[in-house]
Design a protein around this ligand. Structure first.
Ligand code: SAM
Length: 301
């Protein structure tokens, strides 16, 4: 009964491809649309419906089950914020686990750090990776080019269950929303396993949805309350994502040891000389300063 599953695209006139729009229902009565120049690819994988489109303003973009995942033009925002926040808190991170992230943008950013020795990327759907390599080559650029990266095509929930204690310094959960295959990645069981497989100075970053629309805010609160139960330090940070519902999106930062603001190693991070288009160390502090209504919701989570 999810309208996005049924209506991935709107055709104003069934026969006229010039009037093709991708539309996502952000609320029952609120839609977000992008005029489509070309519907490049459409298939149903074992796990989800996958569609690739081309547009003037956002370049090539793809959706899973009708939900926007990545666009060529704004992906730098999401991938900067999932990666560089934890890396500036602990620039000596060596072992990284990425859950999901099939487009390759998170792996690309992580692999820019020379000290990183190993990245395991666990993506449930191999078709997402293969299609992104074909249609989003700049995002997927490092997926077959860096010996430090190993791809695993399996469920992230099961992968962390089976991973050894303390085996990673950083876990980045770059998943879909908590419906379909991503659902298990928003459970206490998963967060507990993440805590167990992280080293003592490990960091977990995960999707926290959006505070603005009620249905997304509900998921934000659920994720935060479970992470607060699991980790001694659990903070939320915000960024601006033009193509996600309401444009206001959040990640969670959780750690056994580090406070993301007090423990930032700004000088050490600058010495690495990593150039970023969205992230900087001032923004790092600022993004944890949340609007009052968001703070209130999270305090009551
Ligand atoms: N930036 C995107 C967003 O928030 O919309 C997410 C990008 S990435 C494409 C999300 C990936 O998570 C998808 O390719 C999906 O197949 C993968 N995924 C969902 N559930 C998963 C699971 N349980 N284990 C591993 N990967 C999963």
């Amino acid at each position: 009964d999810d309208p996005n599953l049924i209506k991935v695209i709107d055709r104003d006139q069934e026969e006229n491809l010039m009037d093709l729009w991708y539309t996502e229902n952000h609320q029952d009565d609120t839609k977000f649309s992008i005029k489509v120049q070309e519907h490049i690819h459409s298939e149903k994988s074992e796990f989800q419906q996958i569609d690739f489109f081309r547009s003037k303003t956002f370049g090539t973009f793809f959706t899973l089950d009708g939900y926007m995942m990545v666009t060529e033009k704004d992906e730098f925002i999401y991938h900067d914020m999932i990666t560089h926040i934890p890396m500036a808190v602990n620039p000596s991170i060596k072992k990284v686990l990425i859950i999901g992230g099939g487009d390759g943008g998170t792996a690309r950013e992580v692999l820019r750090y020379p000290h990183i020795e190993k990245v395991d990327m666990v993506e449930i759907d191999e078709r997402v990776v293969r299609l992104c390599q074909q249609y989003l080559p700049l995002t997927a650029s490092k997926l077959d080019q860096d010996d430090r990266l190993k791809l695993h095509f399996e469920d992230g929930l099961k992968f962390v269950q089976e991973s050894a204690d303390g085996s990673y310094d950083l876990i980045l959960v770059d998943s879909t929303d908590p419906i379909g295959p991503g659902e298990g990645l928003f459970t206490v069981e998963f967060y507990n396993n993440c805590k167990r497989v992280l080293s003592d100075d490990g960091i977990l970053i995960n999707q926290h949805e959006s505070p603005y629309y009620a249905s997304y805010a509900h998921e934000m609160k659920r994720a935060h309350s479970k992470i607060k139960e699991t980790f001694p330090i659990a903070k939320v940070y915000q960024f601006h994502m033009p193509t996600y519902p309401s444009g206001h999106w959040l990640f969670g930062f959780a750690s056994k040891k580090y406070d993301p603001i007090k423990d930032i190693k700004a000088d050490e991070w600058h010495q690495l000389g990593i150039k970023t288009k969205y992230y900087n160390t001032d923004l790092h502090i600022g993004c944890f300063m949340l609007p009052t209504y968001v703070k209130n919701e999270l305090d009551n989570a």
